[in-house]
Design a protein around this ligand. Structure first.
Ligand code: GLC
Length: 745
């Protein structure tokens, strides 16, 4: 292996251009490109805001849509297709998936993220990584970590307690790193508890590498590095974009002054060498086996077909009163809304793809029905009353009215957050006016972030949440509306009645460059279900054109199985959701958490048994006293739900907790009373000494949290507790502790 000079080494850890790394003897350059829902390759220039155009590529549904399919294999197929286009265009590394949690529906980049739930984000993000890397192209898991808003994203400090980080904002990254071995991880712009992600040794080295076993390259988000030396020392291997002359000179100066140990630089050089070797040979991913056949499996037309299939499966049918949908082919339909003619099919920013083609909904509707079209509103948000009147006239005389409404492009994007959840006022007026003249009004929503459905929700018969669906979204909506494809999407995020109901409402987007994650682990349905705040539609909700029932739930502490039956008259798919409700524990926990899901397709009357494996993490919480995962002993609920609110079946399983914590004089009275050895002794002593009956039971409550050492300092008490240290020694005996663990609740 060629020995490299310091000049050559420092050129390797700083990008050579917007999208490439430097070539040095023995290590060729690699090319990277966005993005999560399609390739945004820029051969001759670079920008990270999607303003400068890119080579045409297939634009699939952004994550907000594709994730609503809850279909691991579909997502893997889409990612494989993206990987193939990357190979065709000479791209070695695709910058995705984005798995940041949707902490607030206001986040401008929610269209690019998967869910409010870490389990769904991890499962579906893993499918994406598996798909891209199966084609010999690297993935870049992003944005690590706690990048849950766009406001001041480069400077804000996300103040997140350990337990919330571990249980909500890290698990998707952890699951994907451990199971799919992404070739790279992209660190986020923001600070975490005051320390920039790019210079966060705990995040990039202690956690990501030492604890999770990540062996790939950590690269920065574009422009996320402030101090190249501190970043390298923290575990960041590659600053992007390049070239950053000041970074290289700072690194060389630090080597000369001894402020940077050359071994640290050599470590990153070796990681880069390994990455380049794997990407150039196409041996990437979990098995790092050479890709058997990386020649394109799909051509551009077939990719468009896949985009249409994925779009249809991304659609969530929220409401369908009177089964107005599916519409009858050939019937008269008033298609209303500029979005039907001028589709909005992706979000703005670095993920923005130049599509190979774009199909609007209107022509697809015209092929299958007797259509009258009315634009209804302008996309530039100037209100035009004449357009509204024309739309009402069209709706009045049609069998049904299908209204395409949603968020105009300037309302949401990477780079800024929304400050409300409403549709444009003129669209709300249009919905009400059309619904007033046609009871069979269907609203089709186009939006990257959740919008509130009030106050027009009850006025319309059906609501189709079509999110952003990519270049083939238009015909996909027609496929679902006319029943060519049955809707099977499910919400991966809750739809609240009001913004004020959201758990992060008082702490988003923060102030003075600090955002407190004050809701803790109670994000999304974890909050709404635990504090019983009603939402318009819950996490996991979605209707089809048939119905499903669950039965025969059998559960243990390590697995569960349930039968699902199609009880309707049409074939369809359903997402079987398994939630775990926690045992009573010393920490506050959500009333349920998703721990498994399977999407099943069934013919009318057919049924199948779905089985889930449950590891200890399905029951655990992050224990900040021992800095580890802890399964508290007790009874847990295994719940099978149609969504996070509609739980159909419940079973109870018992989990044995760990041996009792070691007792010390800092332990509280409660710790000792709960311990199988010291509990009976202390309880007896306290009753005898304190005549509890006279003082009443509340004497225990009054001293419950007092450390024993303090209690013993009270006159008369210490004397009576002089044997306590001996008792603690007995209780802490390893054998005694193990036996005690057997008898714990
Ligand atoms: C952007 C985004 C990141 C993207 C990168 C390159 O700012 O945050 O997701 O991959 O820069 O465009």
């Amino acid at each position: 292996m060629t020995r490299l000079t310091r000049q050559q080494k420092t050129s390797l850890v700083v990008g050579d251009s917007y999208w490439t790394t430097a070539a040095v003897p023995g290590i060729p350059s690699i090319t990277m490109s966005d993005g999560p829902h399609g390739l945004r390759y820029q051969p001759n220039h670079g920008d990270n805001l999607g303003l400068g155009g890119s080579e045409p590529a297939t634009c699939y549904p952004p994550a907000v849509g594709l994730a609503s399919s809850w279909n691991r294999s579909l997502i893997e197929r889409v990612a494989q297709a993206i990987g193939e286009e990357a190979v065709e265009q000479g791209v070695n590394l695709v910058l995705g998936p984005g798995v940041n949690i949707k902490r607030s529906p206001l986040c401008g980049r929610n269209f690019e993220y998967i869910s409010e739930d870490p389990f769904v984000s991890g499962e579906l993000g893993a499918a994406w990584v598996r798909g891209v890397q199966s084609r010999g192209v690297g993935a870049s898991l992003k944005h690590f970590a706690a990048n849950n808003q766009e406001t001041a994203r480069m400077t804000v400090s996300a103040e997140v307690d350990d337990r919330t980080l571990r249980e909500i904002y890290l698990p998707a990254f952890e699951r994907i790193v451990k199971r799919e071995k992404p070739e790279t991880v992209m660190c986020s712009y923001n600070r975490i508890n005051g320390v920039a992600a790019a210079e966060n040794h705990w995040l990039l080295t202690d956690l990501l590498r030492d604890e999770w076993g990540f062996e790939g390259v950590v690269l920065s988000d574009w422009g996320a590095v402030d101090g190249a030396v501190a970043a390298l020392a923290a575990g960041l291997d590659l600053e992007m974009p390049g070239p950053q002359k000041d970074s290289r000179s700072a690194l060389l100066a630090a080597l000369d002054s001894g402020d940077l140990d050359e071994d640290v630089l050599d470590l990153s050089v070796e990681r880069m060498r390994r990455l380049v070797r794997r990407l150039r040979s196409g041996t990437v991913g979990v098995d790092a086996l050479p890709v058997s056949d990386s020649s394109p499996h799909l051509d551009v037309v077939e990719r468009h077909g896949l985009a249409r299939e994925a779009a249809a499966e991304s659609i969530v049918l929220l409401r369908n009163e009177g089964s107005v949908l599916p519409l009858t082919p050939g019937s008269s339909v008033a298609v209303i809304g500029e979005f039907a003619r001028t589709p909005r099919f992706q979000g703005a920013g670095s993920s923005q793809v130049t599509p190979t083609r774009v199909d609007a909904a209107l022509p697809a509707f015209e092929e299958i029905a007797d259509v009258t079209f009315a634009p209804g509103y302008r996309l530039d948000e100037h209100v035009d009353q004449q357009l509204l009147h024309e739309a009402v006239d069209a709706a009045r005389s049609a069998d049904a009215a299908v209204l395409f409404v949603g968020l105009p492009p300037m309302e949401e994007s990477e780079g800024f957050d929304r400050d409300h959840l409403n549709l444009p006022a003129d669209q709300i007026a249009l919905i009400k006016a059309v619904a007033a003249v046609n009871p069979r009004t269907v609203v089709v929503l186009t939006n990257g972030g959740v919008v509130t459905l009030e106050p027009w929700h009850d006025s319309v018969a059906s609501i189709v949440e079509a999110w952003l669906l990519g270049q083939a979204g238009g015909p996909a909506v027609a496929d679902v509306v006319f029943g060519v494809v049955a809707p099977s999407g499910r919400l991966t995020e809750s739809i609240p009645f009001r913004l004020q109901d959201t758990p992060s409402y008082l702490n988003f987007p923060g102030e003075n460059n600090v955002v407190r994650y004050g809701e803790g682990v109670f994000v999304g349905y974890r909050y709404y279900e635990t504090v019983d705040v009603p939402v318009r539609y819950p996490f996991g909700h979605g209707l089809g054109y048939t119905t499903f029932e669950f039965s025969d739930l059998v559960a243990s502490g390590s697995s569960a199985s349930v039968r699902v039956t199609n009880t309707g008259s049409r074939s369809g798919s359903h997402v079987v959701q398994l939630y775990v409700g926690p045992a009573a524990s010393p920490v506050s926990r959500p009333v349920r958490e998703l721990r498994g899901f399977e999407k099943v397709m069934l013919e009318p009357g057919a049924s199948m048994v779905v089985t889930f494996e449950l590891d200890d993490r399905a029951f655990a919480y992050w224990d900040t006293l021992t800095d580890g995962w802890l399964v508290h002993g007790g009874s847990y609920a295994i719940e099978i739900g149609h969504n996070a609110h509609d739980i159909a079946l419940t079973a109870t399983v018992h989990k044995r907790g760990p041996a009792p914590r070691k007792l010390t004089l800092e332990s509280s009275v409660t710790d000792l009373l709960e311990h199988p050895v010291t509990g009976p002794v202390l309880s007896f002593a306290m009753r005898r000494a304190g005549g509890a009956d006279e003082l009443g039971a509340n004497v225990f409550d009054m001293v419950a949290t007092v450390p024993i050492r303090r209690l013993m300092r009270f006159p008369g008490v210490g004397e009576q507790m002089r044997m306590l240290p001996l008792l603690l020694a007995v209780a802490n005996n390893p054998v005694i502790r193990t036996i005690a663990g057997w008898f714990r609740r």
